[in-house]
Design a protein around this ligand. Sequence first.
Ligand code: ADP
Length: 259
Amino acid sequence: MEYSSQLEAKSAEQERTARALREANEKLTAVSIQKDAFLSQISHELRTPMTSIRSFSDILRDGEVDDTARRRFAGIIHDETNRLTRLLDDLLDLGVLESGQVQLNIGEGRLSDVLDRAVMASGIDPARVRIERTPAHEGVTLRTDLERLTQVFINLISNAAKYCAAEKPRLRIKVRQTQGATEVDFCDNGAGIPPEFESMVFEKFSRLEDQGKAGGAGLGLAISRQIMTALGGDITYLPGQGGAGFRVSLPAAAAAPAP
Ligand code: ADP
């Protein structure tokens, strides 16, 4: 090779190495910014209940309070402690799921039983929220981590109860089997998710403004998406349903052959 072409090859290689280093550096900076943002969000989420617990326990310790007020303050401390515990449980769960180290406990069960359990465990008030289920395909037997799938369903059902502000809230649960997957749709008749928020709804700590006391920390859907990925499936937002709509898809492998 001529001297000049050797020089050109060398400088091209140096250019490639410099670019790779620059890209690696940019990635590291992005990861570090994400980590900082994550930590500051956690601190913010923890601070609100902690401040409330501290203030009310100070009043109980130092103030002159009658019995009614004492019970009310103790109730607030109790609720805020529960909120903190839930938040920490969710953060730990999300950490395990994101690390890819989650232990799946695969079993077989009927989809209709999983849905029954989730409706019960979501604590939904049947007198307030009407649940409509299409019976077709509910005889589907699944082979998957049934507990984790129940967790996803509970989240979707309790979100419908929490966020659907319709006068007569209704949740439709529809099961569909295609060759490639089993799909379970959850559609309510509330205001739904604004289009500009749809792409963010599965991000951790994302939640719409103005949810008053109903809102959680915005971790439920992030956890649900991680679970569905671990189960080889997916969870997506279904726009245009006249309310909020979510689709849980399970891979064909999760549908066990009929006994
Ligand atoms: P959280 O765990 O705090 O309830 P999620 O991650 O489950 O949060 O949901 C994220 C956000 O998506 C909620 O704060 C809410 O703004 C919105 N959302 C979720 N489900 C619904 C629904 N059925 N109707 C309207 N908004 C919803």
